[in-house]
Design a protein around this ligand. Sequence first.
Ligand code: 5GP
Length: 179
Amino acid sequence: MRQVTLKDKTFVPYITSDKISESVKKLALSINAELKDEFPLFLVVLNGSFMFAADLLKEVDIPCEISFIKLASYHGTSSTGNVTELIGLTEEIKGRTVVVVEDIVDTGVTLEKLVTVLNKKGVKQVKIASFLLKPEAYKKDIEVNYVGMRIPNDFVVGYGLDYDGLGRNLKDVFVLKSN
Ligand code: 5GP
């Protein structure tokens, strides 16, 4: 795999699309087994999780609904914690099992805010599915129920994840090259 340059930064290969696809399939198997009687509503958090969500949900074979929401909390290469409101939720979610589909959980600030909003709306339970998790950075108590892969505290792009709007279309995951 080649390295890629996005604006002023260079990224090197990190996780191949084959490995990604293997982990996403495994994750879907757990969801199929554990949530088969729940008629879950998958809430896909745009933009970063679009690719993960598409691959994951093709493997989910239980009755479910899928919806898309948007939050903004991130600028450049470090998490700001400036989470804004949730846009796009039109479904009635009271009493439902909601599965939040995230690209990556870093500090967990975004996730905590979102889960608080969902709980206020009276959901039955919130489950979290995240393609990536950074355990060294994650400081919250909320359980991330379904994790594709755990990675160190590095900045990654590709498979939906961007650097200043670029790199989302890469099918592999790349990590910022250390100088
Ligand atoms: P948190 O609130 O958990 O610190 O950050 C969550 C959000 O920050 C993610 O949904 C994602 O948009 C962004 N983020 C965190 N780590 C990375 C990373 O390594 N690469 C990219 N591209 N975005 C990240």
